[in-house]
Design a protein around this ligand. Structure first.
Ligand SMILES: [Zn+2]
Length: 255
């Protein structure tokens, strides 16, 4: 049976997600920003927490791990490269490793840049990607520990996933991201339509995610750093895509 998911807000603008395997009852929390909203989601669904899949070490993704581990004795899976910074880790993973949630089959894709050990959990049969703070809808994470080249390479890896892949990211930043995107990619004909759709969703109190890789490829300027028209629009015609990416990221940091 296909995977089921439940999305909910944590802290100020973090997203928590539960991933559930109906065949076995296994349920994973993707990151654990704080325990209470995860527990509320478990109560609402009747699912039992068996795993926590951690994307990176930042506290707004790991703050709830210890309390949840204590209560549910769930398995904590985390990136090998960040194990020293994440509490209660049971299993570490790296590029290409398999991660099962019940019978759901996930793969680890290393996506460094925001942090050096950041990973994405990709479930190809269910067309799901849990990207943490690497890719946001119409945006991407700040390059805090890595380099722009590293982040661009990570985003290209995610861009290669099949178009129908549903992306779950770590934050609700879409409205602010679109506002910025229109300053660098104003001639992109699909951005305005997305802006209207996002305004409507938020007005109704609905999340703006998940989004598909196919849509993000067309709408997200951080995935379009190698599109000649965009480079030209920001005065960087002929530059290397990683340089164009660094320029867009720098402008967003100052926005
Ligand atoms: Zn982060």
């Amino acid at each position: 049976m296909p995977a089921e998911t439940r999305l909910f807000l944590c802290l100020k603008d973090n997203y928590g997600v539960l991933l559930h395997d109906p065949d076995t009852g296994a349920t994973a929390a993707i990151d654990a920003p704080e325990a209470a909203p995860v527990e509320a989601a478990l109560k609402a669904t009747g699912w039992k927490l068996t795993d926590i899949l951690v994307t990176h070490h930042h506290h707004d993704h790991t703050g709830g791990i210890e309390a949840l581990k204590k209560k549910y004795n769930c398995r904590v899976v985390a990136p090998e490269k960040e194990k020293a910074k994440i509490p209660a880790v049971d299993k570490t993973v790296r590029e290409g490793d398999d991660v099962a949630v019940g019978k759901l089959k996930g793969k680890v894709i290393e996506t460094p840049g925001h942090t050096l050990g950041h990973i994405t959990y990709y479930f190809p049969e269910d067309h799901l990607a849990f990207v943490g703070d690497t890719l946001f809808s119409i945006g991407c994470g700040r390059v805090i520990e890595g380099t722009p080249e590293m982040m661009w390479a990570s985003l290209k890896k995610l861009r290669q996933l099949p178009n129908e892949t549903l992306v779950y990211c770590g934050h609700e930043y879409t409205a602010a991201n679109i506002k910025f995107a229109l300053t660098v990619d104003a001639n992109n004909p699909v951005l305005e339509a997305r802006a209207t759709q996002v305004r409507q969703l938020l007005a109704e109190g609905e999340p703006t995610i998940p989004v598909t890789i196919g849509d993000e490829k067309l709408e997200n300027p951080f995935l379009r750093a190698d599109v000649a028209d965009l480079a030209c629009d920001i005065g960087m015609a002929g530059k290397q895509p990683a340089e164009v990416f660094a320029e867009i990221r720098g402008r967003k940091d100052r926005f």
